[in-house]
Design a protein around this ligand. Sequence first.
Ligand SMILES: [Zn+2]
Ligand SMILES: [Zn+2]
Length: 417
Amino acid sequence: MAEQKSTPSVSPSSPSSRHGGSRRRNVPGRVCIPVHTSLALVLILMAVIGYLCDMNKYAVVALSEPKVTSSGLLSAKENGSLSQGHGDVDGHGKVAIERAGVTVDSVISSSARSASESEAVSASLKSKTPLPPYGSPEYLAIFVQMNAKHNRWILSPFIPQKTLQCIPHPLQSWMRNLLSGTAMYFILSGLWSWYVYVVRGHVYFPDGGVPRTEDMLKQIRVSIVSMPIYSALPTLSEYMIEQGWTKSYHSINEVGWPTYFLLLVLYFLVIEFAVYWVHRILHDVKFLYVYLHATHHIYNKQNTLSPFAGLAFNPFDGIAQASPYVLALFILPIHAMTHELALFFSGVWATNIHDCIHGNVWPVMGAGYHTIHHTTYKHNYGHYTIVMDWIMGTLRDPLKQKAPGKGKEKGAGIKAE
Ligand SMILES: [Zn+2]
Ligand SMILES: [Zn+2]
């Protein structure tokens, strides 16, 4: 109880609350990041760095997989050559879709090979094997093999290997995205809700205002119904990358770290700009709002929003808002796995901005801003930052809301930490 008194929820008129209550002293200029958000960001950052630093293993493993030739499938071992030069290049740099089809089949067949054999071959190639020419069938086959490997990892515990081999590669990818997306949704939103409502509920919601179980179940139902269609978006982007239709590349070593980061910044700038406008159009065009976006705005009060609302959209609304992540691949060369992680991170972000706990970190479009979006319908359309809203004049600060009928500033009633 002592902690409860010392850590009150945000009171709109309380100056200290504007900087996060007692957990956050009123220190001008202090940057305040919610504990759970910090933890999640650190874990994600560590996972991303670990994954990216280990990227080359996919190239090596991919090249160590059985070779694709016009006459069928030959293993690298059988052919006696472990270097690149798969003998399938037509010499004109042409990416033949028919051949890509053969590649997909071959890769799926190769999934039956023992993991230990692949590991042994890849170990002998590590750090030595150059990538095939960008855009060549062999280069594109690396994407296919990488995705096939991910399919095996996720699906093989649930589907027998022989059955899996009979399922077309794009369908496998969709099943993998559906399964991992659903698991991510329940694990992330479940843990997030448990933390903010149960573990830290006395801090963030001392006066109640926790969403009802009924509201959360509604959000879960909408999300689960939409999940199969959401899963089509990463499946489509993987397919387009595999076919060589995008500018995506496989290994960071192909461009170097400085260029990688520069492109990544540009990627997120494009996404920020595009998501703002897609979201705003979903509000400004009446029939789009009524038939698509209104589903998400059922939860228009702060105590009805929860982390489970993060994916509670009409599926086509969700795809429309996430489409900039995919469309940007046609104008910017983006690392393929980073693109997939960015799509994954957009789901994490959606969870974060629906917990109604205002982080107050400039210029981040945190939950405080997004809760206002749900209550006014015409402010704070941005994705990760408040920059586009600031430029377009649609920004409303949760700590500077005017109380209805009163002349003084009032907070949004948003819980800050
Ligand atoms: Zn909206
Ligand atoms: Zn929302």
